[in-house]
Design a protein around this ligand. Structure first.
Ligand SMILES: NC(=O)c1ccc[n+]([C@@H]2O[C@H](COP(=O)([O-])OP(=O)(O)OC[C@H]3O[C@@H](n4cnc5c(N)ncnc54)[C@H](OP(=O)(O)O)[C@@H]3O)[C@@H](O)[C@H]2O)c1
Length: 268
């Protein structure tokens, strides 16, 4: 399994299903986004696949990630549902296949074995997980014969994931940050507004730049051209040590996504 260099920022696609949403994705690709994040659950793999094709950008420039949903974790379904994802995306290979949630975790070795076979067969290039705790990542690393390249988790200034970041760094597991703009609520964070005002940049950009400074990869979602541009440009923003200190010191904690039954027990 060749190593994978992920870009500094990716593009979220949740809820992007319509023709209008597809045009938004194409805009995002034209602006420069190459790391696209979808999931079987989003029912938009076909839209994402069409956006890739219609953008005219060569396939090998993209890193396309999708996620196995919790009803597809038995080995047979890992194979059949990945085949369906490939068909919907119109791709020969998926670059990153995540386990979407730590569901059926007691049998994770079986699921990972099937995913490893998909790597051997050339259907997927890399295995990753999402919404896993550090302990669950350790178990996945232990039982899988391929490296777990990333864990996609909620991360923003109100959910800083300090322990998880330190743990994953030591294990060479990348952190991909979802809800990097607090699902659109970033203007409620006074520290983001203060730093944005100081540097004459957008508060959304401050949140994204802070996540990148922490070594994680944000995947903001936007259907708005101006926002897409701002978000992509945020990879060039360097926050100073005072800004970082202020954001790092935020004590408020808020997790926006914690669905009952499928979230890890320590989140409840
Ligand atoms: N693994 C998981 O379990 C999981 C869970 C949730 C999400 N995700 C992934 O993470 C992606 C991002 O999360 P999210 O979509 O929930 O939330 P988000 O990216 O934190 O926020 C999206 C919201 O912010 C707005 N926005 C984006 N850029 C902006 C800007 N520069 N200025 C002002 N507003 C801006 C968007 O509206 P506009 O369209 O108007 O810009 C949208 O309402 C998802 O699309 C999905 O791919 C994964």
């Amino acid at each position: 399994m060749a190593s994978l260099k992920l870009p500094k920022i990716g593009l979220g696609t949740m809820l992007a299903r319509s023709e209008k949403a597809k045009q938004g994705l194409i805009k995002g690709i034209q602006i420069g986004f190459r790391f696209l994040d979808t999931a079987q659950l989003y029912f938009n793999e076909k839209t994402v696949g069409e956006a890739i094709k219609e953008s005219g950008v060569p396939r090998d420039e993209f890193i396309i990630a999708t996620k196995l949903f919790i009803n597809n974790l038995k080995p047979k379904r890992v194979f059949s549902s990945t085949e369906r994802s490939l068909n919907r995306l119109g791709l020969d290979v998926i670059d990153v296949l995540y386990l979407h949630w730590p569901w059926r975790f007691d049998k994770v070795d079986e699921t990972l074995k099937a995913m490893s076979k998909l790597v051997d067969e050339g259907k997927i290039s890399h295995i990753a997980v999402s919404n896993y705790t550090p302990q669950q990542v350790d178990k996945a690393l232990e039982v899988c014969d391929k490296h777990i390249i990333a864990n996609q988790v909620e991360m923003h200034p109100w959910l800083q994931q300090k322990e998880l970041l330190a743990h994953h760094k030591s294990k060479k597991v990348k952190v991909v940050a979802y809800n990097p703009l607090l699902h659109g609520r970033f203007k409620q964070v006074p520290e983001l507004l203060e730093i944005a005002e100081k540097h004459k940049i957008g508060p959304a950009q401050v949140s994204l730049a802070w996540i990148m400074a922490k070594g994680a990869i944000p995947i903001p979602k936007s259907a708005n051209e101006q926002h897409l541009k701002e978000n992509y440009e945020s990879r060039k923003i360097k926050l100073d040590s005072k800004d970082l200190k202020l954001l790092d010191s935020i004590e408020k904690e808020k997790r926006f996504l914690s669905p009952p039954f499928i979230s890890p027990p320590d989140w409840r």
